[in-house]
Design a protein around this ligand. Structure first.
Ligand code: C5P
Length: 242
């Protein structure tokens, strides 16, 4: 057991990823030969701003994930039935004394100062974006979200595919991850929301708490791999980099 870790990242990777249709949970689908979750974790660590990573995976892939992530300052745990549940379980681990699966790696006596939550499904997130989010939290913002303006016009659509309204695009942003938080802020947000609370991102729970959430410029490369199209784009981007 060592001193408290100052920046920890939680990576929910326990989704089934049925929209990807790749025959394996999305986080474990290979991208350029390397599983998506491994790329996401390595991107976090490459930022130099993250001390420790907790990865929530499906129960039947626990040992496989441990083997894939061996040698890194990573703790692997079993996730829950929804993204929110997976993050909550990881925060519970971070709250108390916990070890690290890398012998001699950082171990937390207690919670970190800053916690990031980063979708496993964003494998090409630039390390510089990770560092920028951590820097903003360290600068005093309790909740920080990378966000991008929308290119398309947005319609609200009701029954029978009928358009109900055109939403003012200039006010809208697409929220990405990693999202960064002062530990107490995210803990309080999860503490206040019930165990069955559903949110598609973590900042959403902080907003319900009434705490301020700020945005930093997102990066197109931090896009979420959801569909076979996204996976193809990710493969092409990797080929271009090689
Ligand atoms: O399904 P979606 O792409 O929105 O999932 C976002 C992230 O949350 C993914 O990395 C996925 O693996 C994770 N997740 C999870 N536990 C669940 C459902 C999703 O960790 N039960």
């Amino acid at each position: 057991m060592g001193a408290a870790v100052s920046v920890a990242a939680v990576v929910p990777a326990a989704g089934s990823g049925t929209r990807l249709g790749a025959g394996a949970p999305k986080a474990f689908v290979p991208l350029g030969g390397v599983p998506i979750v491994v790329r996401a974790v390595d991107g976090l660590l490459a930022s130099g701003a993250v001390d420790e990573v907790l990865v929530a995976v499906p129960a039947d892939l626990l040992d496989h994930a441990r083997a894939l992530l061996a040698g890194r300052p990573v703790t692997v745990l079993v996730g829950g039935g929804a993204r929110t549940a997976s993050v909550r379980l990881a925060l519970d681990v971070l709250s108390g004394p916990h070890g690290c699966e890398r012998p001699g790696g950082p171990a937390g006596d207690g919670p970190p100062e800053v916690v990031l939550v980063h979708d496993a499904a964003r494998p090409l997130t630039p390390p510089a974006l990770v560092a920028a989010v951590v820097a903003e939290v360290r600068a005093g913002h309790p909740a920080v979200v990378p966000a991008l303006p929308l290119a398309d016009t947005v319609k609200r659509v009701g029954v029978a595919a009928a358009v109900e309204a055109t939403v003012d695009r200039s006010e809208l942003r697409a929220a990405q991850t990693p999202q960064g938080f002062a530990w107490e802020t995210l803990r309080a947000a999860y503490g206040k929301s019930g165990v069955d609370a559903v949110a598609t991102d973590d900042a959403g729970l902080v907003e319900r708490l009434g705490a301020p959430v700020v945005t930093v410029p997102g990066d197109p490369a931090a896009f979420k791999v959801t569909t076979p199209w996204d996976l193809r784009i990710a493969e092409l981007l990797l080929e271009e980099k090689a």
